[in-house]
Design a protein around this ligand. Structure first.
Ligand SMILES: Cc1cc2nc3c(=O)[nH]c(=O)nc-3n(C[C@H](O)[C@H](O)[C@H](O)COP(=O)(O)O)c2cc1C
Length: 481
């Protein structure tokens, strides 16, 4: 079976993957799996997520393609000097998974070619209202309707005047007049044109008509020695505005909360080249960090040595040993919620070698003296000052799971324990799935409730745990008010 190295992907695709994964509370690997699964379910042959339209007459007689649930933008490029930036905008929109169909005004074609727009969008580019090949079934109406958003970039003074006054004498203005979809315009023009009374009236009219606007920005003009308001917003700004408009941010129940998470193993040095470690992969802690971030929290992830990509939007601290991890955790306080998912080594070597230990002549093994590491969960749970209001530990056990986890919650003084059976037969250590039990200590009694979850992926465990945390936080906020 073919394997895919995510690090080797194109930067833009990797960034988009990471964003998508974080938004959905999944690891990048899992997100790729979901995408591939969806693609195979939809049928790769007929999948229009990867449009292949070529600008040939045969093809243009076919009805405009059905592109399933992919977000769609009709991009109208007006005839301004900033038209070249619209080509970059096509790429920025596509990076965000948006399908783009391009329309160029006659003037726009003086600045960029339909061929370039079509090559970048993988679609034919449209230019002519009276094109018999696309208008045999009123293509301009379909271009106006078969999208989720119309973006006009650059929006020239002329195009905005036409929009404000309801003209429809070319393909772009006819589409804009026939639109039943929201319109986002990115004006670009000389500051004198922007400040002209006619343009001011037109801008006011468009705003009253519900047209959304991004920019123009202030800065240098293409014309020599001219500066002022009139530069088109940057392609990335426009792409973000379009994407945010199409996909408004999801509810963020942990907004305003600071969440500290530890993940991975610790490495306890024996000498400069050897260490004691365990098999923890860090996947569960990283998935929780992504889910908490997606829920709006400010997340600090203190990670032991792992082979995982950083979680976007999360503040990362990399550590090696248990003592380093404790120091990083203490430095991150105060927090609202602390989740200790790291598999911290219980012991470290007291007589750590300053140099690499050598085999001795008689092959006698150097004795390793062990001492207990600091107990991070107990230390933070028992703080008198800055104790996080919710402290969650993890209990990885190979026998008597629930009993050991109950004993741990009492011994450590934490509020919740996520317990899992990590016997080798379960494949949980280092694997993608997890079977957990959530133990919660009631605030007004010594009772411990046990909630056993069905087997699920580590990402699902993360989103379920974060949803549970969000419920508890919301409830306690209500109780206090
Ligand atoms: C070199 C050059 C640059 C221009 N740049 C702009 C511009 O940035 N903004 C603008 O509103 N018009 C600009 N114009 C004027 C438009 O091209 C002109 O108004 C045209 O009719 C616009 O057509 P359209 O709105 O159908 O694209 C420029 C013209 C030339 C010759």
């Amino acid at each position: 079976m073919a394997s895919l190295t995510i690090r080797k992907l194109d930067d833009a695709i990797r960034d988009e993957l990471r964003l998508r994964a974080a938004r959905n509370g999944r690891s990048v690997e899992d997100e790729v799996r979901v995408i591939l699964r969806e693609a195979s379910q939809d049928g790769l042959k007929t999948d229009a997520r990867f449009p292949q339209d070529a600008p040939d007459p045969e093809n243009s007689r076919k009805p405009l393609k059905n592109i399933g649930d992919q977000l769609r933008v009709t991009l109208i490029i007006g005839g301004g000097i900033a038209a070249y930036k619209a080509l970059d905008l096509i790429r920025r929109l596509k990076e965000r998974g948006i399908h783009v169909r391009v329309v160029l005004t006659r003037a726009a074609q003086q600045f960029v070619t339909p061929l370039a727009a079509s090559a970048l969008s993988n679609e034919r580019a449209y230019t002519d209202l009276f094109d018999p090949q696309s208008e045999f079934d009123a293509g301009h109406i379909r271009l106006a309707r078969e999208c989720d958003l119309i973006v006009v970039a650059p929006a020239t003074a002329d195009l905005m005047a036409k929009m404000a006054n309801g003209h429809a004498d070319d393909l772009a203005s006819a589409i804009l007049l026939a639109a039943d979809k929201p319109i986002l315009v990115a004006p670009a023009m000389n500051p004198l044109m922007w400040n002209n009374a006619a343009t001011r009236r037109n801008v006011g009219q468009l705003q009253r008509d519900g047209v959304r606007m991004i920019g123009p920005n202030a800065g240098e003009m293409a014309e020599r020695n001219e500066a002022g308001v009139g530069r088109m917003a940057e392609p990335t700004e426009i792409a973000i505005a379009a994407h945010t408009f199409l996909r408004p941010p999801r509810a963020q129940p942990l907004a305003g909360k600071r969440v500290l998470i530890t993940a991975g193993p610790t490495h306890e040095p024996i000498d400069p080249v050897r260490y004691i470690a365990n098999r923890s992969s860090g996947k569960q802690g990283y998935a929780i960090a992504a889910a908490a971030r997606a829920a709006g929290a400010e997340v600090i992830l203190v990670s032991g040595p792992v082979d995982l990509d950083e979680v976007p939007g999360v503040s990362m601290t990399h550590v090696e040993s248990a003592r380093d991890m404790l120091a990083a955790v203490q430095a991150a306080l105060p927090v609202d919620i602390a989740i200790f998912a790291a598999a911290v080594a219980d012991w470290r070597v007291v007589n750590e070698g300053a140099q690499k230990l050598k085999k001795t002549a008689g092959n006698a093994m150097p004795p390793l003296q062990l001492t207990e590491n600091p107990d991070i969960l107990a230390t933070i749970s028992k703080l008198s000052e800055h104790r996080p209001p919710l402290v969650i530990g993890f209990a990885a056990e190979t026998e008597h799971l629930i009993d050991n986890a109950k004993a741990k919650i009492a011994r450590k003084g934490c509020d919740w324990i996520v317990a899992n059976d990590v016997s080798p037969a379960t494949g949980i250590m280092g694997g993608d799935d997890n079977t957990v039990h959530l133990l919660t200590r009631s605030t007004d009694s010594a009772d411990i409730a046990v909630d056993s979850w069905a087997p699920m992926s580590k990402e699902q465990v993360a989103t379920t745990l974060v949803a549970r945390i969000a419920d508890t936080v919301t409830q306690s906020t209500k109780d206090q008010s």
